[in-house]
Design a protein around this ligand. Sequence first.
Ligand code: ADP
Ligand code: UVW
Ligand code: MG
Length: 402
Amino acid sequence: MHIFVINSGSSSIKYQLFRWPQERPVCSGLVERIGADQATITHKVFALDAPEMPATEQRLTLPLPNHEAGLREVVRLLTAAPNGVIQDPADIAVVGHRVVHGGEAFAATTLITQAVKTEIRRLFALAPLHNPANLLGIDVAEQLFPQARQVAVFDTAFHQTLPEYAFRYALPEALYTEQRIRKYGFHGTSHQYVAAQATAYLGLPDARLITVHLGNGCSVAAVRGGLSLDTSMGFGPLAGLVMGTRTGDLDPSVLLHLLGPLGYSPEQVSTLLNKESGMLGLTGSSDMRDIGAALAAGDARAQLAYDLYAYRIRQYIGAYVAVLGGLDAVVFTAGVGENDALVRRLACQDMGFFGLELDEAANQQRIPGLREISLPSSRAKILVVPTNEELEIARQCAQLLA
Ligand SMILES: Nc1ncnc2c1ncn2[C@@H]1O[C@H](COP(=O)(O)OP(=O)(O)O)[C@@H](O)[C@H]1O
Ligand SMILES: CC(=O)OP(=O)(O)O
Ligand SMILES: [Mg+2]
């Protein structure tokens, strides 16, 4: 059978089609810059006997006003000659959706029903960049694949193992018991996947890992024996690390000052913190490739932004060594974590105290797949592990339906 996985982001859609139970990627792709003048679709098709490297890659540039237009174009690519991979959308038995916020209602992968969609909608306010796009992806997929079973895999689910003293805030109890205000944590599918890869690589079932997911959104998790013990994002995906457009940790007094003396509305504060801050607010761009280029050209704002971004990562590594009571490896993953050697160098700087020693030559190499970038003398390893949220989502769909 075929499982199709959709990871709808705020302005992008990642997708992957798998042949199951072989776990074979049939095709994968990325729709970027949805809503901009010209969107792009990169569509890769894999050969049956060589799933490591795409056999063909197509790149399309076209206007895509919204997610629906994007997904319709993807379905056209799936079936269109000469590189079509399925005869008919009905060949897809299961569609797995990444859903960012599952609240406390969803601690596990869930078959999507009307009631599940209502709950995902109820959580819009807590993940305004994500849940609306995720629900849109579900609505469009229900239309395009009416015979398929639709399954939700929640970013929050992996972090449901946090102990209560880690997930509770020091607020009056009723705000937790009645309003469910607590830390949820996000990027769980990615943290779970790379932690499993690293644990297998190290051959340590009880490995103490700090997984550092650096994409547009960024988060750190403390993982021991495959269980999440703490993570840097909280009630919504705003807390913790500095991100592309989000602040990360911020003293709540700043919010009070914005809402009070400075006269911001709640909507303006939300836009400020979610969409106008982070690396974008510091430098004018949210894309690390642009900021890296500006830094190379001697831009002082880019230097400060890199320093601030890496400093926050170092603070969390220190904190999570304490949470784990030691450290076997730090794992870098996602767009920035897998590709930006300077971020990794700055994040691992002066960490000898924690037994972390970076091998700068290995750090600079661009090799696909899991790789070790620490020196042989390093007590804890530093790993780069490419994430594959789509494969993890497909596995969880298959487990649910088995
Ligand atoms: N070669 C690269 N060097 C530095 N940063 C990169 C590189 N490739 C991608 N990135 C960065 O990765 C980020 C996006 O990561 P990704 O994991 O795809 O995010 P998301 O899934 O949240 O959309 C962007 O900030 C982008 O600049
Ligand atoms: C939860 C989150 O921040 O996701 P993303 O990194 O895809 O924006
Ligand atoms: Mg991502």
